[in-house]
Design a protein around this ligand. Structure first.
Ligand SMILES: Nc1ncnc2c1ncn2[C@@H]1O[C@H](COP(=O)(O)OP(=O)(O)OP(=O)(O)O)[C@@H](O)[C@H]1O
Ligand SMILES: [Mg+2]
Length: 413
């Protein structure tokens, strides 16, 4: 190779090297720019991610908040799709339907006993009884007006409202019957007094003169029965004015049982006494309250035509009070396993003169109701035909003994 050729190649090599250096510098610069851009993008992504996480957290918190409200609402809520398949259900609804989420989601709402006859129509409301509770079930469409897009069914336990309404109606009815009874008794009292006197004279005059003496005897005993009914009626009508004493209810129940002992033994009725330890003291009239208890015991005995068992006692006071007009109450129950009372009669048994017995006056429970009411309490009944009845008197505790306790269900024993 000659010298000129060699220098030419060297020049080319130099130039190529120069180009390489410049390209590599450009590449370095581009790389730096790209790196900076990537860092920017990374930062932007980090910020966006942080915002997304925050918004997800906020959404979760909101969901939890709404879920908390939904689950803690005092009414049952069941949401369905357009075709009535359950999509969402809260705690109260599950309690009312006695079902879990897993049994409900995706199922048609009519599969739930109390909802079986509820129509999917805005404003539809149906009341259903289940065990001891009454539920009001009402429907509205999820989107308000227009196409429903789903349905909301509210399930509200209205047992307490119904119970107080029935009690108020009973008191109203009894007070007007009481007024009428008082007027009738007043009108009958005078002629009856003279009949009683004349029957007694007749009996004296006819002594030894059979068969007239026997007839006069029947007349006198008939008049005595009417007088007895009348005095019961008067007691019911004029109401009772208790003579207040501090009372221990356990003793009261024991005394009433002692009084009824011959009757209970005669019918071979097994007595089961149950007293809660944490009963409170009450203020009341022992004579009247014993009479009320005795009436309930007599009814229980008469309800157990072929013997049976009588559960009687007081209910333990526990935490979170069963109250009546703000005061904790002492409950006294009398439960039998006799023939029970048909549902259609339950509303009337406290009415004076309502009786299903050939020898009954129908005043027993009306008097019980009056006595308990005059003590500021209430009397209630639960009964099932063929299973028996449970009467519960709830009497307010003396205020200084007020507890925050609730009382267990006395009729569940
Ligand atoms: N424990 C019970 N078991 C079944 N039925 C009952 C019971 N208690 C009350 N009843 C029903 O309620 C009705 C009214 O009772 P209430 O005590 O007022 O009157 P009575 O028992 O019929 O008559 P009286 O008490 O004047 O003798 C009864 O006739 C009976 O039908
Ligand atoms: Mg009776």
């Amino acid at each position: 190779m000659n010298a000129s050729c060699q220098s030419f190649e060297l020049a080319e090599l130099k130039e190529a090297f120069h180009m390489l250096t410049s390209v590599s510098r450009k590449m370095e610069l581009s790389y730096e720019r790209l790196k900076a851009r990537a860092e920017d993008l990374k930062e932007e992504l980090r910020e966006k991610n942080a915002r997304l996480v925050a918004s997800l957290q906020e959404q979760k918190r909101l969901e939890g908040f709404l879920e908390g409200i939904l689950q803690n609402l005092p009414v049952g809520i069941l949401v369905t799709d357009d075709r009535g398949r359950v999509r969402l259900v809260n705690q109260k609804a599950k309690e009312a339907l006695d079902r879990e989420d897993s049994d409900l989601i995706g199922v048609r709402y009519t599969a739930c006993d109390i909802l079986a006859e509820v129509p999917l129509r805005p404003g539809a409301t149906i009341e259903r009884k289940k065990a001891r509770s009454v539920y009001s079930c009402s429907v509205s469409s999820l989107n308000g007006s227009g196409t429903p897009g789903g349905w909301v069914i509210l399930i509200e336990d209205v047992s307490e409202i119904r119970r107080w309404k029935a009690l108020a109606e009973r008191q109203k009815r009894l007070s007007s019957m009481g007024e009428m009874g008082a007027r009738i008794a007043h009108e009958i009292r005078n002629p009856l007094g003279s009949m009683e006197l004349n029957a007694a004279i007749l009996l004296e005059e006819l002594e030894g003169n059979e068969p007239l003496y026997t007839l006069a005897g029947r007349l006198a005993s008939g008049v005595r029965t009417v007088t007895q009914i009348l005095s019961n009626l008067l007691q019911f009508a004029k109401g009772t004015a208790p003579r207040w004493e501090h009372l221990e209810v356990t003793g009261l129940v024991g005394e009433a049982l002692e009084f009824a002992a011959p009757l209970l033994r005669g019918k071979a009725i097994r007595v089961q006494e149950e007293y809660g330890d944490r009963g409170c003291r009450i203020q009341g009239d022992p004579v009247l309250l014993r009479q009320a208890l005795l009436n309930l015991i007599l009814n229980a005995v008469e309800g157990m035509e072929h013997g049976g068992s009588l559960r009687i006692g007081t209910v333990e006071q526990e935490e979170a009070a069963d109250t009546w007009q703000g005061a904790p109450v002492q409950k006294i129950f009398v439960q039998d396993n006799g023939k029970g009372i048909p549902e259609e009669e339950l509303d009337r048994i406290f009415d004076p003169f309502f009786t299903t017995k050939s020898q009954g006056t129908g005043l027993g429970l009306a008097i019980v109701n009056n006595i308990v009411e005059s003590h500021g309490g209430i009397v209630e009944v639960e009964s099932r035909v063929g299973r028996g009845s449970c009467f519960v008197m709830s009497l307010p505790c003396q205020q200084e003994e007020a507890t925050d306790g609730y009382t267990a269900d006395p009729c569940s024993g």
